[in-house]
Design a protein around this ligand. Structure first.
Ligand code: ZN
Length: 124
């Protein structure tokens, strides 16, 4: 496998924010509630809530939104995900923030390529 000179790759950090824009929610969606995505981690500020049904709808799109995509790809432009309840006005806006550097060695599960896990290196 060609890992380039450094074995590094970059992922966007994301912000996932509840938006209603005047629609009526059925679920407990509080406009402005948000969480961040940093690598594999969902980061919630104290007091932030999200419906588990809504989270289930949002989760599949997070890894692809973290990656560099073609500007013409719908994934690059369509940033809102609807709550899966068809009667609910809740939406979740996924915004790309800054890019975060990772390395293959710090993220792979392949024994022959594995280095110190990125989350262990972050503790030092
Ligand atoms: Zn909902």
């Amino acid at each position: 496998m060609d890992q380039g000179k450094t074995g590094e790759f970059w992922l966007y950090d994301l912000k996932v924010e509840t938006v209603l824009d005047g629609r009526t929610p059925v679920c407990r969606h509080i406009e402005g509630d948000s969480f961040r995505v940093e690598g594999e981690t969902l980061v919630f500020e104290p007091g932030t809530h999200i419906s588990m049904y809504a989270l289930a709808a949002v989760l599949p799109l997070l890894p692809v939104r973290q990656r560099m995509t073609d500007p013409n790809d719908w994934v690059s432009t369509d940033a809102e995900v609807a709550c899966p309840d068809p009667h609910c006005g809740g939406r979740f806006r996924i915004t790309r923030l800054g890019k975060r550097r990772f390395t293959h060695a710090a993220t792979t599960g392949l024994l022959e390529a594995r280095g110190e896990a990125y989350w262990q290196a972050d503790k030092s």
